[in-house]
Design a protein around this ligand. Structure first.
Ligand SMILES: *Cc1c(COP(=O)(O)O)cnc(C)c1O
Length: 460
C-alpha cells in the first residue's frame, strides 16, 4: 500500500513511512493511494470474528509488506489485551433505536487508547527491526498525552516526552501521565498554556541540528495510523447490529475530525452506513460547514467537553482532499488561502457531497449537563460530557433507523461536569481506583526550547 500527501508534492511512502512520518514534507497529510474494498458478502462473514481478528482483517491491506502477519497480529493482540472489557468495544442500549458504543475500556478511559495502544506497539516493532531508538514528542491538553504515554510506557526502543500546561489539565489526566513509574516516560509540566506547549514541540521538530542526532516521532492526531485503528470499531459495532443487511447512523463527538473521519473511511471501504453525525460543542466550525459550506475560524471557547475545544480540525483536510477529487494542487491552494484568510467556502459540489454523507449538530454546555442528568434519570446510565454532546445531537436530529453514539470517555475521567449534572460522584473503575494514591513523577520545564533540547539530547 502506498501513501500520498493531500498536497501532492511530498515523496510517496509505504505504511512504515506513514507510521513514522508526522506531517508530509509539503505540509499535507498522508492518505492511502486507494482504499481496500470489501463486498457485502465479505463483510457478512466478518460477523464471526473477535475484535482482534477483525482488526487484523481490516488493517492487513493497509500494512502491506511493512510488517509480517505475525508481527501485525502480535501488535494488535498486545494493544487490545490491555483493555478491561472482553468485547473491547461493547454496545449499550439507551433507547429503542439508540445505542452507545463504549470506547473507554482502555488504559486511560478514553477512545484515544484504541489508536495509541496500537501505534506504540507498531512504532516499537519498526524501531526494533531497524535497531534504532526514538523519542516520541508531543504536547497535550490532557487526553492525547495520557493515551500516548500509556501506549509507549515500558517500550524498549522508545522514550516518550509529553508537555502539558501546568494547572490546565484535569487531575485524572495529569495523574495518568505522571504515575506510571516507567523510566522511559517524561511528563513535563510547562509553565504556560497549551499553545506554548505546542509551540515548543513545533520548534523542536523544526530544529535540524537536534533531528540530525535524535530520531523524533510525532503522535498527534494527523498520524494516519491513528485514523486506521479507529476504522475497526465502526465495522465491529455495525456487525453487532446486523450489518451489512442493516445500515446504522453513527454519531461522533468531534474535535479534530479524526474519529469521525475513520467512520467515513469505513464507509468508503464498503461498510453500509446511514449518516455520520458530527456532534460539536459550542465550538461549531464543522457544524456550520455542513449547514452552509462556510468553514470560517472564530475564537475557541472553553467548555465542559474540553477535548472538543478546537479551532482547526486538522483531519478535515483529508476529507477535503476527497471532496475535491483528490487534487493535491487544489488542496494546497485552498489551505494556503485558508491560512491567510482563516476562512474557506466549500465549492457547491464539495458542499453537496459533504452534506449528503454527514449531518451535524452543535450542543451547548447547559444542554450537555441536562442530557447527562436526563439520561441518568431515564436509564441509570451515566454519560461523560463528550458522550453527552453526542447523545444530545442524536436526540435532536432523531434520524430514521438505529443510531450509535460513540462514547468517547468514561464519566470518571471528567468528574466535575458529571457531579454537577447528577449530584453524584462517579468512581474510577477498579484498575484505577488507587490513581490518587500513586506517586507522581513530574519534570518542571521552563517555557524555553533550548532547555528542552538539552533534556532530550541527554536521553541518548
Ligand atoms: C479527542 C477526544 C474527542 C474528539 O476526537 P477527534 O478525533 O479529535 O474528533 C472526543 N472526546 C474525547 C473524550 C476525546 O478525548
Amino acid at each position: 500500500m502506498r501513501y500520498i500527501s493531500t498536497r501532492g508534492q511530498a515523496p510517496i511512502v509505504d505504511f512504515k513511512g506513514a507510521l513514522l512520518a508526522g506531517l508530509a514534507s509539503d505540509g499535507g497529510l498522508y492518505v492511502p493511494e486507494s482504499l481496500p474494498q470489501f463486498s457485502t458478502a465479505q463483510i457478512a462473514q466478518m460477523a464471526q470474528l473477535s475484535y482482534q481478528q477483525l482488526a487484523f482483517t481490516l488493517l492487513k491491506p493497509f500494512v502491506g509488506n511493512s510488517f509480517s502477519d505475525a508481527q501485525l497480529q502480535s501488535c494488535i493482540d498486545k494493544a487490545y489485551g490491555s483493555f478491561r472489557h472482553a468485547a473491547i468495544a461493547p454496545l449499550t442500549q439507551l433507547g429503542p433505536r439508540h445505542f452507545v458504543l463504549e470506547l473507554f475500556h482502555g488504559p486511560t478511559l478514553a477512545f484515544k487508547d484504541f489508536a495509541l495502544q496500537l501505534l506504540g506497539h507498531l512504532m516499537d516493532e519498526a524501531l526494533r527491526e531497524s535497531k534504532q531508538r526514538a523519542v516520541v514528542l508531543g504536547a497535550t491538553s490532557g487526553d492525547t498525552g495520557s493515551a500516548a504515554i500509556a501506549g509507549c510506557r515500558g517500550r524498549p526502543n522508545l522514550d516518550i516526552v509529553i508537555l502539558y500546561p501546568k494547572g490546565r489539565t484535569s487531575a485524572v489526566q495529569r495523574r495518568q501521565m505522571t504515575t506510571t513509574g516507567e523510566a522511559n516516560v517524561h511528563a513535563m509540566e510547562v509553565d504556560g498554556t497549551f499553545d506554548d506547549c505546542q509551540d515548543l514541540v513545533k520548534a523542536l521538530f523544526a530544529d535540524q541540528a537536534l533531528r540530525a542526532g535524535t530520531n523524533l516521532l510525532a503522535v498527534n492526531s494527523i498520524n494516519w495510523v491513528r485514523v486506521l485503528a479507529q476504522i475497526v470499531y465502526y465495522f465491529y459495532a455495525a456487525l453487532r447490529l446486523g450489518a451489512p443487511a442493516t445500515q446504522v447512523n453513527f454519531c461522533v463527538p468531534t474535535g479534530n475530525f479524526g474519529d469521525i473521519f475513520a467512520g467515513y473511511i469505513a464507509r468508503q471501504m464498503g461498510l453500509p452506513m446511514g449518516k455520520l453525525i458530527i456532534a460539536t460543542n459550542k465550538n461549531d466550525i464543522l457544524t456550520r460547514a455542513v449547514a452552509t459550506g462556510d468553514y470560517t475560524i472564530t475564537g475557541v471557547d472553553a467548555t465542559i467537553s474540553p477535548s472538543m475545544d478546537i479551532q482547526i480540525a486538522s483531519n478535515f483536510e483529508r476529507l477535503l482532499f476527497d471532496l475535491y477529487g483528490r487534487d493535491g494542487a487544489r488542496i494546497s491552494q485552498l489551505m494556503a488561502d485558508f491560512r491567510a484568510t482563516r476562512a474557506l467556502t466549500l465549492s457547491p459540489q464539495a458542499h453537496a457531497a459533504f452534506a449528503a454523507m454527514f449531518a451535524a449538530h452543535a450542543v451547548d454546555d447547559a444542554t450537555t449537563l441536562a442530557t447527562i442528568s436526563a439520561t441518568r434519570d431515564a436509564t441509570g446510565y451515566v454519560l461523560d460530557p463528550h458522550t453527552a454532546v453526542g447523545v444530545a445531537a442524536s436526540q435532536a436530529l432523531a434520524l430514521e433507523g438505529i443510531t450509535v453514539t460513540l462514547a468517547t470517555a468514561h464519566p470518571a475521567k471528567f468528574p466535575e461536569a458529571v457531579t454537577q449534572a447528577t449530584g453524584h460522584h462517579t468512581a474510577l473503575p477498579p484498575h484505577m481506583a488507587d490513581l490518587f494514591e500513586r506517586e507522581e513523577h513530574i519534570t518542571p520545564l521552563a517555557n524555553d526550547a533550548a532547555t528542552l533540547v538539552h533534556y532530550i539530547q541527554a536521553l541518548g
